[in-house]
Design a protein around this ligand. Sequence first.
Ligand SMILES: [Zn+2]
Length: 503
Amino acid sequence: MLINARRYCTQIALFILILMMIPKTVFSQNGDVWTIHLPGNQTTTAPIRTVGDVSCVDALSFADALGVDYHRDALGRYVFSFPDARAIFAPDATFAELNGNVVQLPIAPLKTDSRLFVPGTIWIDYINRYTPGLVALHRSPHALSFNPPTSDLLSLTADPIRSSTDSAHVELLLTRPMSASLALIDSTRLALRIPNADPGDFTFPAYTSDKPEFAWDHQRSQLIIRLPQKLYAARLTGPGDDCRYTLTLAFAEEENGTKWDVQTALAADKRKWNIDTVVIDAGHGGKDPGAVGKSGTYEKDLALATALKVQTEMRKRLPGINVVMTRDDDTFIPLYERTRIANRANGKLFVSIHFNSARDRRAHGLETYFLAPARTERAMEIAKKENEVIQFEEQMHDYPELGDEAFILLSMAQAQFGKESEDLASLVLDGMQTRTQQKSRGVDQAGFYVLMGASMPAILVEGGFISNAKEEKLVRSREYQEKVAESIVDAIEEFVTKYQGDS
Ligand SMILES: [Zn+2]
């Protein structure tokens, strides 16, 4: 008996010892939850789990209940986007990134099927601080009541715009990241379309003579911004990791001719739109060879040969239309000069002819572009390549900065012809595809300097890849160039039939 009792004690001691040796990351589900009270007597819960001696909560349930956006990034980390704040938790990492600061966690977040358990105190304090709307915390009964903001717009601020100002910012903070796009209404009005936003009872800044005037268009879910000055360009950035959107506005210079001319009477012009002059622009030229093929093909030569064929074909088929060439020999012409030639000639269409190249030698096919903010990285890269020519330009010219981040840039002159440009671009592409039987890579949009100042529908044609050995051989042939040229003329003809005299 005595021996047995002693053995029993030893067993208990051993048991305790084993318990102590088990690592602290043992977790137990204790059935406890946080209760989240939402408006209208709705409740939802977020499970709690004790990991070691740390109480953890499921961050995903909280985010869902509070309408906080989150996604997993390429590293598998959870990125929570609060307005003006960002929290990143990685499963199994003892560090979190809170608003850009690395924070040591008592234990690593634990990922289960549909939950992410993060240390409770840190998470609760964080959401208490950064969730928009009214949050009331009751730590002991694990309850939180949440009144979401009554508006998706949290704040709207604008720089003053005086007659001396040539640029200004408008900042908009939303409750969560939403897709937004910018459209030009006329020379002094912009529409910022935010399809999912509800301004609720948001109070828009009061109108003062040196600030933009804001109004919400409920029907189209857009913010109408009226400016005290004529606009030259506008760029929308955001949302970044917070829910802030910044609108950068540039204003037209009234008399100074250093920037591109901004035609302001375009609306009136458009009504009696008579397509009597077409501008054909052979890309590159002179000291700028453009892309160079493996067997020594210069893009500038192909572009010129094709452009001249367009000219010949136009004279034959559309003799009533005046064709203006930006170059008809191997000369260098700066990009800004090309659109200036087009505007001076009072051109009604602008077609810039190019041939493509890519690092990937397999890339092949046809593309057309119109001027609008690039939506894809690839489109942006093409624009970058075609814009590189400015390094050859001796005279300093004030090109707007094209960031490599997603951006929206509206050229005042081009924005009015977005629809027509896109239409012409797709007509040319379809025609080329049919005539050449080469692969169509689609119509895309990007920020090409050469198209930027044109006060007319303007497109850029990439007639094939000279970086692809097979296609290089093809694009050098006269027959191929003729097919491209004919497709361009077909498209112009169709365009004229469609738009001539349109109001
Ligand atoms: Zn080119």
